[in-house]
Design a protein around this ligand. Structure first.
Ligand SMILES: N[C@@H](CCC(=O)N[C@@H](CS)C(=O)NCC(=O)O)C(=O)O
Length: 219
């Protein structure tokens, strides 16, 4: 096994996006294995049978299999810009907001974006869009006084949450653009146009055992 950690990833997965961004910020070099979710690598399933990405496998065999755990670990490796220590809050405040994103907001987002997958629930996408807006209002309020969710500097919460708001916005961009949430819209544009996001969205071919290794950080 390579001495570098191996990141099993999927480019378009918002959980994998946030893990990749944190690893880039933490300057953690990894071997990146782009996964076909319909044909997951045996090694990934062996070390993480739940079968979701991202998964970070270390050379000693230990595994992080939750995106938030990968982020917390990555940002503790090189917390140069204090991503875990926002000016206006504590880590627990950020974790609480991320939990709201990952639970309630994500549930409404999925039912708004993919109502067909929830046909047995008879999910009404517009109901879920409206319900999801409570979380967006909360973000707008947090962004009222600052450019980032927890103060004047970017933090863990911004990169943990924006990939999901991006998905929400992309479901009906015109509708999202007409929301009265100017701070949220500017925040989202700032992140989607950032160099960090662009670096995290680099395209890799699907990993095959015979491929030469690909790496998360350039150079
Ligand atoms: N709680 C997990 C969720 C990860 C997750 O659900 N990833 C999706 C892709 S976005 C996945 O791998 N789904 C499995 C599949 O589609 O087979 C985390 O934060 O890492």
């Amino acid at each position: 096994m390579s001495a570098l950690p191996i990141l099993f990833s999927f480019r378009r997965c918002p959980y994998a996006m946030r893990a990749r961004m944190a690893l880039i910020i933490g300057e953690v070099q990894c071997e990146l294995r782009e996964v076909d979710l319909g044909d997951k690598p045996a090694q990934m399933l062996e070390v993480s049978p739940k079968g979701t990405v991202p998964v970070l496998l270390f050379a000693d065999g230990s595994v992080l299999e939750e995106s938030l755990d990968i982020m917390l670990w990555a940002l503790s490796q090189s917390d140069v810009t204090a991503w875990l220590k926002p000016v206006d809050a504590h880590l627990d405040d950020m974790l609480d907001l991320i939990e709201q994103n990952d639970s309630e907001f994500k549930q409404h987002l999925d039912r708004y974006k993919y109502p067909d997958r929830y046909a047995t629930e008879k999910a009404d996408p517009l109901y879920h869009r409206t319900e999801a807006c409570a979380f967006l209002c909360k973000l707008e309020t947090l962004l009222n006084d600052n450019d980032f969710l927890f103060g004047p500097h970017a933090s863990l919460a911004d990169i943990a949450i924006f990939p999901f708001v991006r998905q929400f916005a992309a479901t009906d961009p015109d509708w999202f653009a007409h929301l009265e949430h100017p701070r949220l819209q500017a925040w989202l544009t700032g992140w989607t146009e950032s160099d960090l996001f662009s670096d995290a969205m680099h395209r890799y071919p699907i990993w095959q055992p015979d491929n030469p290794p690909a790496f998360l950080l350039p150079g």
